[in-house]
Design a protein around this ligand. Structure first.
Ligand code: ADP
Ligand code: MG
Length: 461
C-alpha cells in the first residue's frame, strides 16, 4: 500500500476531525502514534504503539474517536484498536502510515494493585487474597492446583477454569490470587476481574446508551478475564447471549477465562445449554467444606495475621464449632483478636464462649472430639498428645480406636474429619477402628461397660 492509498486519505480526514475535537496538545500526545489499518462500513481497525495509549484512548477518547470514524465511514462500524508490533513482522500496510512524529511518552509504570489492568476502579481486589495466604487441604486442593497452573500459564493449561462451591469457601480468594500472581509476574497482561453483576450492569448500560462497541472492545481485548459469581447469569437471557460471544472470542484467541459459581455449570438455573457445555470445556473444580485439619490451619494462619496467639483449646473449639463457612470462621477469629486487643488480655476459652455466643450457641450436651480425647486419656492414663499423634504402640492405638469409635457415635463429624483430628489419619483408618470396636463390644463385656461409662460421663459433662 502506498503513501497515497485510500487509508492514508481516510486517516487524514479522521485526524482532521480529531484535531478539531480535542486540544492540539492532546492530539499530539494521544493520536500522533495512531494508524489506520483498515476502514470498512462494518469494522475499522486502528493501531497504536502500546497498551497504555490504547487503554487511555479507550477510556478518555473513545467517544470522540467513534464520532470521527462514523463521519468518515458513513456507517457505525465496530472499532478495533490493535497494538502495533514494532519491528520485522509489521506488515507493510502498517508501515505506510507510521507517523513521523516522535514516539509518545512511555507508559508510566503504575503500582500493580492500582493498575487499570484490574478493570473498573470499583472492583475491590483484596491485597490479602494471595496464593500465599490460601491454605490448601483435601477440600480445595484440586481448585487450588488448577488456579496455580492457570496463573502460571494463562490460556495454555486449562481453559476455562471453572471453580464452584458454596458461599465462603474461597472462590473469590482464588480468583484474586490469580490476579495477584499475574500482575506480580507479567505486568504486560491485560487482566479484567469483575463480578458477574458488574458485567451485567455494564451490558445493560451499554445497550441503553448504544455503546455496545466500546463494551465489546472492553471485554474482548483482554488476556485474562475473570468473572466472579457467574451464576448471576441465571435468568438473564440477553446477557447470556452477549457473554456467549465474549467467551467465544476470547477462547478462540487462546485467552484465559476463569469463572466462579455457587454450583456446577449444569445446576445453574436457566443457563443456556451452549454455555453449560462451554463451561465444562476446560476444568471444573469443586471446593468442598474444609476438613477439621484445614480449619485448624486456616485459623492458625488468620490468627498469625493479627500478630496474636490463641491457646490450643480455643483454636480447636473454633475449628469444631464453625464448620460450614470460612468467612464465618475468619469473623470469629477477628472478633476474638479484637477483644483481646480492647481488653488487653490474652484470649481464653471463657472469653471465646462469651464472644461467640451468637455464632456458636451454647450446647451443654453436645459432645466434642476434644472432650472425648480428654476423657479417654484420663481413663486409660495416657497423654492426650499421644492419642492425637502418630505413635502406633498398642497401649496408644487401642485407646485411640476407642476415641474414634466414640467420636463417630457421639459427634456429627465425618470419618475424614475424625481422621484429621487424630494426626491426619485417613478416613479408612477411622472406619477400621470403628468397625473393630463395634465388633469387639459384642464379645467383650468389660469393653462394653467401659464404653457405657465413658459415654455417660461425656454426655453429662
Ligand atoms: P467465596 O467467594 O467462595 O464466597 P471467599 O473467597 O470470599 O469465599 O472466602 C471467604 C473468606 O475465607 C475469605 O476471607 C478468604 O480469605 C477465606 N478463605 C477461604 N478459603 C481459604 C483458605 N483455604 N485459606 C485461607 N483463607 C481462606
Ligand atoms: Mg465470592
Amino acid at each position: 500500500m502506498s503513501e497515497s492509498g485510500p487509508e492514508k486519505d481516510a486517516w487524514e480526514k479522521i485526524a482532521q476531525i480529531l484535531r478539531r475535537a480535542v486540544p492540539r496538545q492532546q492530539f499530539e500526545t494521544w493520536f500522533r502514534g495512531m494508524r489506520l489499518i483498515r476502514l470498512g462500513p462494518e469494522r475499522v481497525e486502528l493501531s497504536v504503539p502500546n497498551n497504555f495509549l490504547r487503554e487511555w484512548i479507550y477510556r478518555k477518547y473513545f467517544g470522540v474517536l467513534r464520532r470521527a470514524l462514523r463521519e468518515v465511514s458513513g456507517g457505525d462500524p465496530e472499532i478495533l484498536i490493535h497494538i502495533a508490533e514494532e519491528g520485522a513482522d509489521s506488515p507493510p500496510a502498517r508501515e505506510a502510515f507510521r507517523p513521523r512524529a516522535p514516539v509518545p511518552p512511555p507508559a508510566p509504570r503504575q503500582p500493580p494493585r492500582r493498575s487499570p489492568a484490574f478493570g473498573e476502579s470499583d472492583v475491590v481486589i483484596n491485597p490479602q487474597y494471595t496464593f500465599d495466604n490460601f491454605v490448601p487441604g483435601p477440600s480445595n486442593n484440586f481448585a487450588y492446583a488448577a488456579a496455580l497452573a492457570v496463573a502460571d500459564s494463562p490460556g495454555k493449561s486449562y481453559n476455562p477454569l471453572f471453580l464452584h462451591g458454596s458461599v465462603g469457601l474461597g472462590k473469590t480468594h482464588l480468583l484474586q490470587a490469580v490476579c495477584h500472581q499475574l500482575v506480580d509476574r507479567r505486568t504486560d497482561m491485560r487482566i479484567l476481574y469483575l463480578s458477574c453483576e458488574t458485567f451485567t450492569n455494564h451490558f445493560v448500560t451499554a445497550v441503553a446508551n448504544g455503546e455496545l462497541d466500546s463494551f465489546r472492545y472492553r471485554y474482548r481485548h483482554v488476556d485474562v478475564l475473570l468473572i466472579d459469581d457467574i451464576h448471576f447469569l441465571a435468568n438473564r437471557e440477553r446477557t447470556q447471549e452477549e457473554f456467549f460471544h465474549t467467551f467465544n472470542t476470547l477462547y478462540n484467541a487462546n485467552k484465559q477465562i476463569i469463572l466462579s459459581s455457587d454450583s456446577n455449570p449444569a445446576e445453574i438455573p436457566t443457563l443456556e445449554e451452549r454455555l453449560v457445555s462451554r463451561f465444562k470445556w476446560g476444568i471444573v473444580a469443586r471446593i468442598d467444606l474444609p476438613v477439621y485439619e484445614t480449619r485448624l490451619a486456616i485459623i492458625a494462619r488468620k490468627v498469625a495475621m493479627h500478630g496474636v496467639t490463641f491457646p490450643d483449646d480455643v483454636v480447636r473449639f473454633l475449628a469444631e464449632s464453625v464448620r460450614s463457612n470460612i468467612r464465618e470462621l475468619e469473623g470469629a477469629v477477628n472478633r476474638l483478636a479484637g477483644m483481646a486487643h480492647i481488653y488487653q488480655r490474652p484470649v481464653n476459652m471463657e472469653m471465646t464462649r462469651t464472644a461467640l455466643r451468637d455464632i456458636v450457641p451454647p450446647t451443654p450436651h453436645r459432645v466434642s472430639v476434644d472432650s472425648i480425647v480428654r476423657t479417654v486419656a484420663e481413663h486409660f492414663g495416657v497423654p492426650v498428645r499421644d492419642l492425637m499423634g502418630k505413635r502406633r504402640t498398642k497401649s496408644i492405638a487401642y485407646p485411640r480406636q476407642i476415641c474414634m469409635f466414640l467420636a463417630r457415635r457421639l459427634t456429627p463429624h465425618s470419618l475424614e474429619e475424625i481422621g484429621g483430628y487424630f494426626g491426619g489419619r485417613d478416613y479408612t483408618t477411622v472406619m477400621y477402628a470403628f468397625d473393630k470396636i463395634r465388633r469387639a463390644v459384642k464379645e467383650d463385656a468389660d469393653l462394653s461397660q467401659t464404653l457405657q461409662q465413658l459415654t455417660s460421663r461425656l454426655k453429662s459433662s
